[in-house]
Design a protein around this ligand. Structure first.
Ligand SMILES: NC(=O)C1=CN([C@@H]2O[C@H](COP(=O)(O)OP(=O)(O)OC[C@H]3O[C@@H](n4cnc5c(N)ncnc54)[C@H](O)[C@@H]3O)[C@@H](O)[C@H]2O)C=CC1
Ligand SMILES: O=C(O)/C=C/C=C(\O)C(=O)O
Length: 492
């Protein structure tokens, strides 16, 4: 038995109106580390989703609707404290679902969950309101001022890659603004949303403010929720085509949406960039969380003078990553989330070779011994020999893959990086300050980093363009989505 072997099968129930409730059906949660069954999840049927939406509405119309910004900021801070008090339980739950390395779960996922609640407590405490003194002529004026009102009941639908981080990135601002939420975690990662229900209740949120429904998308809890007439807004992170489907589902009721979708993110490396620092940053951007972050780089455009050296360096670093159990010492990289997702990533590894790739590192399924043979492991992979006409360079793989492509001029690099339907993130690597600003601004993306990657300020606008999403969240940008404003005009 290792640290990672569960001693009992956990039961994960829906959380409705302040109580855990069984589902109409159950499904197994399978560990991506070794294929073991680690939890039984209670799937919410239509009735449970109805009950969750009704509970949220009652909370919104009741005591919760009377709370002030100050009350809710205090609640958010207590939730952050509650997450920290049960920090290692959250870490264990996240690891059980995803198999990610323990250091990553601690430093990224769970730490950010607490930070999300604190950040939106600050935002709601300091947010101002728009006001204008309007000259109406003849020495008269009018006062225009806007008041914010919560949307009501918000559906929060999130994926499996950073489960708690992405859930709390949406729940925190939704609650800060006074909404009640019904959350639908991914079927692959049901644990931390369930544990968060306990923390939010212990922090003093009234029943019905935070509800969890477990299940799948189509024909299950996800679809029941987005179709529900009692939903006033949908915030979603996941695949672009799922976002498009959800848009259709809510279109008849003209429900506002905030979407953070896929990416096919580029890095542009100029030959004046310091090699070691660039290699460190790029390696992280390609392989963090086994490439399963929507912001991860999958296309690397390298100026020709540095190409060979950089390609050799990235390949060496990819080969140096240590795949293993989450708690094993030296593990840098976990498995993919599931066999299903591995089949998808493998199909791209095969396609890349058909498209003419030279494989500098990885390219297949690693040999990790019998113990891990049932897991969803994949080798970090580095290719050269592909170009922008290849499907491997155009479609989101969502795995640990790097296509390295040479360029000659700045103009060419900008064209290549922007030649995509996606527009989430980019990174630019150079020592030339003017060029850094010029190229970073020229990227058709929501997030452009210079000489770094995934460095976050939670107040900054976050989101993508094109197939990468609709809207921005973060700081006051989140307040815009989670509230409606009423402008009051007073003739003076
Ligand atoms: N860019 C990103 O942030 C992410 C991209 N992906 C990519 O998407 C692929 C599919 O992964 P999935 O987990 O299936 O992602 P997905 O986008 O289908 O699922 C995300 C969430 O949406 C729910 N959902 C799915 N269909 C729905 C519907 N019709 N109505 C309401 N809710 C629905 C799911 O149950 C889950 O909670 C992966 O192989 C990966 O390549 C997956 C997760 C995140
Ligand atoms: O840091 C964040 O707020 C979000 C990061 C990653 C995603 O949104 C994603 O992988 O979907």
């Amino acid at each position: 038995m290792t640290d990672d072997s569960p001693t009992e099968i956990v039961q994960l129930r829906n959380f409705v109106d302040g109580s855990f409730v069984d589902g109409a059906d159950t499904f197994d949660k399978i560990s991506p580390v070794d294929g073991a069954r680690v939890a039984v999840v209670h799937e919410a049927g239509q009735e449970t989703v109805d009950a969750a939406v009704r509970a949220a509405r009652r909370a919104f119309d009741g005591r919760w609707g009377l709370t002030t910004d100050r009350d809710r900021a205090a609640l958010l801070r207590r939730i952050a404290d509650g997450i920290e008090a049960r920090f290692e339980e959250f870490v264990d739950a996240e690891i059980r679902d995803t198999g990610k390395p323990v250091a990553l779960a601690r430093e990224l996922d769970v730490a950010r969950a607490a930070a999300n609640f604190r950040s939106f407590a600050d935002t709601i405490s300091s947010a101002g309101l728009d006001s204008y003194l309007t000259d109406t002529g003849g020495g008269r004026s009018a006062l225009n001022y806007a008041v914010r009102k919560p949307l009501g009941v918000v559906a929060v639908i999130v994926p499996w890659n950073l489960p708690l981080l992405l859930l709390t990135w949406k729940v925190a601002p939704a609650l800060a603004c006074g909404n009640a939420v019904v959350v639908k975690p991914s079927e692959e990662t049901p644990s931390t949303a369930t544990l968060l229900a306990e923390v939010i209740a212990e922090a003093g949120a009234p029943s019905g403010v935070y509800n969890v429904v477990h299940g799948f998308g189509p024909g299950s809890a996800g679809e029941f929720l987005t179709w529900h007439p009692g939903i006033d807004g949908v915030t979603f992170t996941g695949e672009s085509s799922t976002g498009a489907t959800i848009m259709k589902e809510v279109a008849p009721r003209v429900v506002p949406v905030s979407f953070e979708l896929g990416g096919k993110n580029a890095a542009v490396v100029f030959d004046d960039s310091p090699l070691e620092r660039t290699l460190d940053g790029l390696t992280r951007s390609l392989f963090l969380n086994t490439g399963q972050v929507c912001l991860c780089t999958e296309r690397v455009y390298v100026q020709r003078g540095l190409f060979d050296e950089l390609a050799a360096g990235i390949a060496e670093r990819a080969k140096g990553l240590r795949l293993g159990r989450p708690h094993a010492s030296g593990t840098t990289t976990g498995p993919l989330i599931s066999q299903k997702h591995r089949a998808k990533v493998m199909s791209y590894l095969d396609l890349a070779v058909q498209e003419g790739a030279e494989v500098l590192a990885g390219g297949g399924i690693p040999e990790l011994g019998e113990d891990l043979a049932g897991g969803a492991w994949i080798e970090p992979t580095v290719w050269t020999g592909l170009d922008n006409s290849c499907r491997t360079v155009r479609e989101e793989v969502f795995g640990p893959v790097a296509a390295l492509i040479p360029f000659d001029t700045e103009e060419e690099a900008i064209g290549l990086a922007n030649d995509t339907e996606y527009g989430l993130a980019a990174s630019v690597w150079t020592s030339d300050l003017s060029r850094a600003h010029r190229v970073a601004q020229a990227m058709d993306v929501g997030l452009s980093w210079v000489n770094t990657w995934y460095l976050r300020d939670l107040r900054a606008p976050f989101g993508g363009t094109g197939r990468s999403g609709i809207g921005r969240e973060g700081g006051k940008h989140s307040l815009h989505f989670y509230t409606e404003t009423t402008n009051v005009c007073v003739a003076l």
